[in-house]
Design a protein around this ligand. Sequence first.
Ligand SMILES: Cc1cc2nc3c(=O)[nH]c(=O)nc-3n(C[C@H](O)[C@H](O)[C@H](O)COP(=O)(O)OP(=O)(O)OC[C@H]3O[C@@H](n4cnc5c(N)ncnc54)[C@H](O)[C@@H]3O)c2cc1C
Length: 443
Amino acid sequence: MKVIIIGGGTGGMCLAHGLRRAGIDVAVHERDRTRTSGLHGYRVGISPNGARALKACLDPALFATFVATTAAPYDTLAMVTERYRTLLTMSFDDLPHTSGDPEDSEHNVSRMTLRQVLFTGMEDVITFDRRFTHYSQHPDGRVTAHFDDGSSDTGDLLVGADGAGSPVRRQYLPHATHTETGLVGIGGKTLLTERTETLLPEPVRNGFGMYFDRRGQFGITHVMRMPWGSRNDEGLTEWPGLRFDNTTDHVSWAITTSRSLAPPDVLDRTDADLVTLAGELSAGWDPRWLELIATSDPGAAVALGIRTADPVPAWTPSTVTMLGDAIHTMTPGRGAGANTALRDARELRDRLVRVRDGELGLLEAVGEYEDLMRRYSSLAVRESLEFMNDNGTARRPVIGPLSVLAQRTGMRLVDRIPPAKRRMARGFQKVRDSELVRGPAAT
Ligand SMILES: Cc1cc2nc3c(=O)[nH]c(=O)nc-3n(C[C@H](O)[C@H](O)[C@H](O)COP(=O)(O)OP(=O)(O)OC[C@H]3O[C@@H](n4cnc5c(N)ncnc54)[C@H](O)[C@@H]3O)c2cc1C
């Protein structure tokens, strides 16, 4: 059996590791020109779901490298107003299921660093600078993937792991559409220094901050202290990935706003222009927030339209399948996109191993994976949308200020009632640490 994976992102590379370790022939085709191309600079939170999948698919030594390259863990999550008044704080110890085992914990990751971990030792599996254009399926079920340089590759199963704009999805399930949420995010990075640390509210100088303003906009900060700064983990010096990424300590920030508040060309803006716009959108916020943004690296600023996958009715399994954002893109609201892609990789890998062992037919394996994936991913898409959708309430006259007041009072109340706080923490983890939706082979 040969598996062809389109896209060397989070899910595709995790699957490739899992298959190669199982002795299954696998080839990955990635459109980026080199292993350091692309704007992959932002932070990703790997949840226990994601960590378990990485543990299952990666070689143990590489999983140890993944753990060693994560940023320092957080102690606090705080929700504050745009004027830095605390609404609610939560200790990461309140989160359920964080046993301390690396595969059962939250990890803070620089996306470029994770990418380098996933490329480690895969030089013979991945081809860069190969843009997939279309596939053709043969009468015996085999599939040929075609690329824009005129080359092609044929295998028994084609996996579209080619992200939200997936050309595989466009050909295979053209009716699987996306909807704009009406939100747009602008993100950036500010070097962490003694000065910039003081620009953050005190509770989140070693944590995760959420900032809510009166117009329904919200900000996020994550403090990223990388291991090669102060922690100096043993063994990392041997990791070849360090030649390609040594992200330094920084604060990753983002502001999410309504399209109705942003200029029409927001998604075309770049660099200093985008940083200036982020500052303009947060005019009136605490001066420390404004300085944090103004001192950020203009080259790392990025604007993203936030979209969500529409529900798709079940389809008949074939020798083409998909994983990750290619089939279930979701808003970043629950931090579940990469983690769901990683779970897909693990679930598909488990079933392909059973095909290798003669326990399942290929189409049966694909069908079983897709059935299960549709169930847990639709939950993640729904929950992520619920948490991040632009209903415009905050900007309505009269109702708007009342709803902001109700939201703030609600957060302050929860802050004072420990069982309510624990319930909220469990809610946060619902799609991040859930194997709630199990399938026959996963139980
Ligand atoms: C600002 C932001 C913050 C986020 N934070 C989190 C978080 O904290 N936690 C979380 O779980 N998720 C998070 N996400 C979501 C997460 O990044 C994605 O869900 C995840 O990367 C999806 O993985 P994937 O493997 O499906 O796709 P990707 O990682 O996007 O990989 C797709 C790959 O396919 C390649 N490709 C595309 N087209 C072609 C082609 N034609 N031919 C060949 N290759 C192609 C791309 O170059 C890319 O390498 C965040 C997203 C954003 C935008």
